[in-house]
Design a protein around this ligand. Structure first.
Ligand code: KG4
Ligand code: ZN
Length: 357
């Protein structure tokens, strides 16, 4: 008879979402999500137009234990059954990361269980393995989160080669900063995407930075500047009032659609170039911007034409969550690549290169 699956508790606290999850790792199969719970701080940070790191840390402290209790109760398991405690070691906000690391260390000591510190982007990158249509290795990964835009070649767990990345703003930042200039609430990405619905994507002529750079790097800072220039000309910079006026709203909807189209076109063309360069026929899209419907629709269409399979995380696991951290730990354990530690070390890494893993 096979031994029972190992249970991995995962804690995510790198930015503005507190996430806890329990994943089961059977001896002979894929990791399975048993329960997960999430608290988003969006409402709290909205008043400030962006994440306030000190408030983020304090809120993680308030939420992490109740969320862990919820996960244990929903899974029907007890803490004593947990075999390994995983947490996000970086990159992210130092104070916020320390909350998850502190919680994980405390649990590890109390239960006498080993810890695994996980790279946040590895969590995003592997998150489609929890979907109904998981990928297989090797694949090209387009990682598009709030702080990162990277194309990676992924040959297996822990085998990540950087193909290209942004030289300035990330795609998520381009969404968020452009949205803020238009007077939309934080985080701007989903709000801008909603405003773009029904807008004309060819209405404004916006730059496609580095589209023809001949490499797989990105740049989005110029796009944000172009959006600002249009808003200054229209007299609506940072004017939430303009959105309330139906006439102005139609123009802003055009601007939002044009901004989204520019970001999506660059992400699409660079992803296709990465697939061509590597000769791979599988693409994984992960990170918050991967929830964008326009991006998904265009990637699906272009990839179908080229015989490329595209894999996404489940929509609710696109943005930050604890499930992807527990999953990454499970996949590292499964492939013998987990750096297990029994030392309660607060060794978070706010800046941490994924390709260095
Ligand atoms: O991966 P994530 O949850 O957090 C980080 O690790 O950064 O990504 C957050 C980013 C934000 O920039 C947010 O605006 C963007 O993902 N985002 C979207 C959408 N949903 C989230 N951007 C465009 N369209 C969306 N539907
Ligand atoms: Zn993230």
């Amino acid at each position: 008879m096979l031994p029972p699956p190992r249970l991995i508790l995962g804690v995510e606290s790198s930015c503005d979402e507190t996430g806890v999850a329990l994943v089961a790792l059977p001896q002979d199969g894929a990791p399975r999500l048993l329960a997960h719970a999430l608290h988003s701080q969006i409402d709290m940070h909205q008043a400030y137009g962006g994440v306030v790191p000190e408030l983020a840390s304090r809120d993680h402290i308030r939420r992490v234990v109740p969320l862990a209790r919820q996960v244990m109760s929903e899974s029907g398991r007890t803490l004593a059954e947990v075999d390994v405690v995983a947490y996000t070691r970086g990159p992210g906000l130092a104070g916020a990361l320390l909350v998850g690391a502190g919680m994980a260390c405390a649990l590890g000591v109390a239960l006498d269980r080993p810890l695994i510190g996980i790279h946040h982007l590895e969590g995003h990158l592997l998150s489609p393995f929890l979907s109904a249509d998981p990928p297989s290795f090797p694949f090209v990964a387009l990682l598009v989160s709030g702080g990162h835009t990277q194309l990676m070649r992924v040959d297996g767990v822990g085998q990540y080669t950087l193909l290209g990345e942004t030289v300035d703003d990330a795609a998520g930042e381009a969404f968020d900063k452009s949205a803020k200039l238009m007077g939309l609430p934080y985080p701007g990405g989903p709000h801008l995407a909603r405003l773009a619905e029904g807008g004309r994507s060819e209405a404004f002529d916006l730059p496609r930075p580095m589209l023809h750079s001949g490499n797989l790097d990105f740049s989005f800072a110029g796009l944000k500047t172009a959006v600002r220039t249009h808003l200054v000309r229209l007299g609506w910079l940072d004017q939430a009032d303009a959105l309330a006026d139906p006439c102005h709203r139609a123009t802003l909807s055009d601007l939002a659609a044009s901004t989204q189209a520019a970001i999506v076109e660059v992400l699409l063309k660079k992803s296709l170039a990465a697939l061509k360069d590597t000769g791979l026929k599988r693409l994984v899209v992960a990170g918050g911007v991967g929830a964008n419907r326009a991006l998904r629709a265009q990637l699906d269409l272009a990839c179908a034409r080229r015989g490329v399979r595209v894999h996404y995380p489940e929509l609710h696991l696109c943005t930050d969550n604890g499930a992807m951290i527990a999953l990454a730990a499970a996949m590292r354990l499964q492939t013998g690549q987990a750096a297990l530690s029994r030392e309660p070390a607060f060794d978070v890494r706010p800046r941490w290169d994924l390709a260095s893993l």
